[in-house]
Design a binder for this molecule. Sequence first.
Ligand code: PMP
Length: 322
Amino acid sequence: MHSPVVSAPPSLPGVADSVLDLIGETPIVRLRALSPAGGAQVLVKLEGRNPGGSAKDRPALSLVRDAEAAGALAPGAPIVESTSGNTGIGLALVGRVTGHPVVIVHGDGMSPEKLALLRLYGAELVRADWHAGPEDPANPRAVADRIALERGGWRSHQYDNPANPNAHYRYTGPEIWRQTGGAITHLVAGIGTGGTISGTGRYLREVSEDRVRIIGANPAGSTYGGGAPGVIRVEGVGSTWPVSHWPKNLDTTVPHEIRTPTDEAAYTAVRRLAEEEALLVGPSSGMAVAVALDLAAGLDPSAVVVAVAPDSATNYLSELSR
Ligand code: PMP
């Protein structure tokens, strides 16, 4: 092997070597105005502070690194994914730095802000029919599979690939434990692929010897809470699939409980967080905070409830400013 012709410049203290080094170590803030009087304090982990703007930067990096190490993703080979959200942005960011072109297959439901971010990161956007069934060639997963096959690309399979929950087990969980000095008593996280709740929740249960309770936040209309499939307005969470098709990354032994707030509760929490705490978070964050506030009202003041806020309101400005 030849050594690279251009040697890396010396690293400088306090300077990140690339944007990838800025993923994780997100802040946690206490809700001063909204934590219920006489109840538990509610803390929010602001995952929107990741460089790509969401918690999904963490699994995106872990998925790509694992695939490179396993030889599944060759140097310079394209990353192809069907996603209507933050995973695409995370992959676009990671692909840009690691030298992989990124193709994102998307549907109608993606916010214009997220599409704009993908374009800025230089991702190629391919539109598919989000309502096409699994057998239909216009189905987004079928389109992504075809493109990956044609171009020698790699699919991340974020719903089933253990690198997704592992990123949260290795980083998100330990960060929350350290930041709260082990005082966390309850974790609330939304469920999309299940990566966040399964990885973070598993770590917190283990490290606390099962003292920390894990509560899933799941939108009305999603089958994860045991209800019938319906329309889901909050982006990034919930599923309308039957139990038999739930993602492998949703480890149902991790959450002690799953609560199902309404869309109104989620959007009300988003507005209250902006107005009363000056915190800008997205609808799925509002959903987790709505559950956390409800829970905290019935708990002792010594309890510490941490809600994961997966992204920021800046991803939804056109919707939220209406
Ligand atoms: N909220 C938003 C906005 C998301 O993009 C996601 C990821 N799909 C989630 C919540 C849920 O996270 P997870 O996939 O780890 O369950």
